[in-house]
Every structure is written in C-alpha cells, then in structure tokens.
Design a protein around this ligand. Sequence first.
Ligand code: ADP
Length: 483
Amino acid sequence: MKLLMVASEATPFAKTGGLADVVGSLPPALCSLGHDVRLVMPWYRQVRTITGELPLSLNKLSVSMGGRSYKIGYRRGEFQGVQVYFLDYPEYYDRDGLYGERGQDYTDNAERFGLLSSAAIELTRHLAFVPDVIHAHDWQTGLVPLYLHQQLWRDPYFAGTASLFSIHNLGYQGVFPLQAAKSLEIDSSLLTSDGIEYHGKLSLLKAGLRYASQINTVSPTYCREIQTPEQGMGLDGLLRSRADDLHGLLNGLDGKLWSPAQDHTLPQAYSAEDLSGKAVCKQMLQEELGLHPAPDRAIVAMVTRLDSQKGIELVLGSWEKILSRNLQLVILGTGNPDYERRLAEAADFYPGRARVLLRFDDAQSRRIYAGSDLFLMPSRYEPCGLGQLIALRYGCIPLVHATGGLADTIIDPRIAPEAANGFVFEKYRNASLLQGLDRALEAYSEPPLWQKIRHRGMTQDMSWHQAAEQYLDLYRLCKKGLQ
Ligand code: ADP
C-alpha cells in the first residue's frame, strides 16, 4: 500500500508527548511489512539539531489558502525506511516551541497547521505519489480529511485516496474563532453544528472526525469512553453517529527505542534476566537527585505533562499522605505553571525524599524509568498512555487509574494474579489512589511477588508489529469505502 502520514510531531525529530512516539514508530513498522510509507511534518527549529542540515528542495510547493499564496520549500530525510518530508516555512515553523512558548499557544496555530494539512496534500501531487490512504493525526491535521473530501473530491488525482483520522487525545480540539475559517479556505456553509462549528467557534478536530473515511483512537476502552457524554467532551454525539467507522487500536511500543538492555543513557544496562544494572541505576538516580541513599526504599516516579488530565490534582491532594509512606517520590514534568509551582513547593518540604524536575528531558526520563520501582499514572482519562508501557519495559511497575488505555494494558493481581503486570485503582479519588499505593508497597515488601510481576511486565510483547497489522486492516477498510 502507499501511505502518507501527516503529523505535527514524530520521534526522533520533535516530541511533546505520546503522539510523537506513535508517529515515530508506526511508519517504520508498516515499512518493515513491505509498504511504501511517507511522513510529512514541519521543519521546526529543533528538527535541525537531530537531522543536521538537510538540503532544501529546488522547487517550492505553491499552496493557496484563504486568499494568500504560500511558497513552501521542503527537506527530505530517511528514517528506518520511511521517507520523511519536512515542510520548510520559517515564518511558521522556525520557532522555539512546537505549539507555543511559556504556557501560551502561538496565536497563528490555525494557519500554521492548516498550512501543514494543505501543503501535505499538495506535496503528494508534486511527488507524483498517489496515496491509497492519507493518515492524519489529531487536531493539527484535522483539515486533511476535510480538504480531501470537500475540495478535492472532483479531482481524479485523488479518486483512489481515502483518509484515516486518529484521535490521540480528544481533549485537544483545535478550537479557533469562526473568522479563522476564511484564512483556512473553509467554506462558510460548513460553519454549522452539522459541519465543524463547535460552541460558536470552529474545531479542527471536528473536521477530522466528520470527514475522514474512518476514525480510530488508541485503545478499545477509550474508544467506548469517548462515545459517552461524560468523556465525549461535547463530541460524543458526533462520535456515536460514526460508531460504525470508529475503532480502538492499542498502541505498541518501539522495543529498540525503549530497551534497558540497549539504552546508552543509563549508567548500566540491564535486562529481565539480569537486573543487577537496575540496582545500579537506582543508586545513581538517588545520588543524582539528592535523595537519601536507600536501596530498599521504593522510588515512586512520574514522567508526565503537568496537565489536569494526568491526575496532578490527585497527587497534590494526597501529597503528605503519599510521603508518609516509606518511599521516595520523583516527578519529571512540564506544563501548567500553577502545577509546576505547587509541585516544586511541595517537594521543598521533603528534602532527600521528594524531587520535582520541571523540564522536558528524554535522557533524564530514561534514568528515572530505569532507577525507579513504581510508576504512578493517576490520569483522569488516558487515550492509551505510553508512560506505563515504557515503565513496564524498564521494570518500573505501573500503578494506574482504571481508565482508557491504562485499563487495557495494566492488569491488577486482584483481577488476575497469574497475569498481573501492575496495580490498578478504580476510582478517581485520593483514597482510591492511596489504597492502590498501599497494595503496591505491600507487594514491594514481598520480593518474590514483586519480581514475578516485574518480570512479566518486562518480557511481555508490546511490539508495533501487531498494531501495524491492525492499521493495515483499517487502511483496507478506508479504501473499500471508496468503491
Ligand atoms: P501524553 O501523550 O498524553 O503526554 P503518553 O503517556 O502517551 O502521554 O506519552 C508521554 C510521552 O512523553 C512518554 O514517552 C514520556 O516518557 C514522555 N514525557 C512526558 N513528559 C516528559 C518530560 N518532562 N521529559 C521527558 N519525557 C517526557
């Protein structure tokens, strides 16, 4: 199959969260199954630091959008068999952030990502590459299905091209004032609630949901949850109306990218068979972060965006009680400035026992996954979650709230003792979190039980191979809809 991925972030080039992990892993997995996969994303300032200087195309793409004509260069790279095209438009992408800076979104994000969507489609023409399916991800590329459906359906070039839209997080809807429709070349007839209007504004995510041939999200449970009024974030009606085209496919984890046996950022490598290196990682982490040297005390870790989605309120609300247990607490995260301040202040009361690091730091995150014992993910909602999958791989046992992909990937000993790989608490409440924590710490004090749970998590198959096969079925379904 010929597949075009369009996304606003992908590892290893630019990342703010799990979306990047997925878009960095799924295309290579599809390539390894023999498909022609190309990826289009912006040439952000930070991409250059990963790829080095890539030559700029001689020809530029001409895109006209909202009465403005754009001339866009592109740069080509290759990543694990995938041709990657970086759109070079400095006025929009040569900035410090991907979506904003210092907690503020850029004010021209509608145009920045509208241009990504429009230029990606134009690029296929320029390359004479006719995709079977264009796979768009999250609100940033929600206009891809709309442009294909509304503007290009008469164009024979795209007669055989379908679209798949993936929801990685329904909480981010790309909502802009209705006036933005003009600069995005969106016909005013679409600005109704049956179109892409959303509470008096326009939503780019809604455009993807309404016009894609098929839709998927990243776990079966989240797929069910988003069709309910409680978790549908105002879009559950639309999602229910498309229930036949809506699928829940669990993410995989790139086993090469996330492997404690091959991770050069760790003080010492280790594997499920030989965990001696993990003890060294723990000791070094305690030393590095100024925690008391205590090999037997459990280190509980979080690596997370600091957003209300991630259950930060629960952690702050239970802070003293969590730290009254025999444990050390490490949090690496960035995001909401209020959470940043409150967490940093709370940690200051527990020198040597709690440490909060307010930055985005991939190498540091790896040292934390490796050096910690328990990975806390108390998300209010979680489409799939990659943190808990990485933690499993690194032998850091997850403790999670039973929601979305966390409920689909973590099995509690109370549910299935012979399959358990972590701990799950049912209610989004402080008391429930603390009960889960106590059960986990009890298991930690029983080394044979702990080792069994940890070994199971470290050795379970989470590869992208299976997910890639499921995506291929979905692409075929998209194509079938064209007939
Ligand atoms: P989301 O995509 O909602 O942020 P996921 O759990 O799906 O959450 O993915 C988060 C990814 O981002 C993981 O790979 C995690 O390790 C990484 N991450 C989150 N915060 C940080 C941080 N401050 N530093 C380094 N990596 C981080």
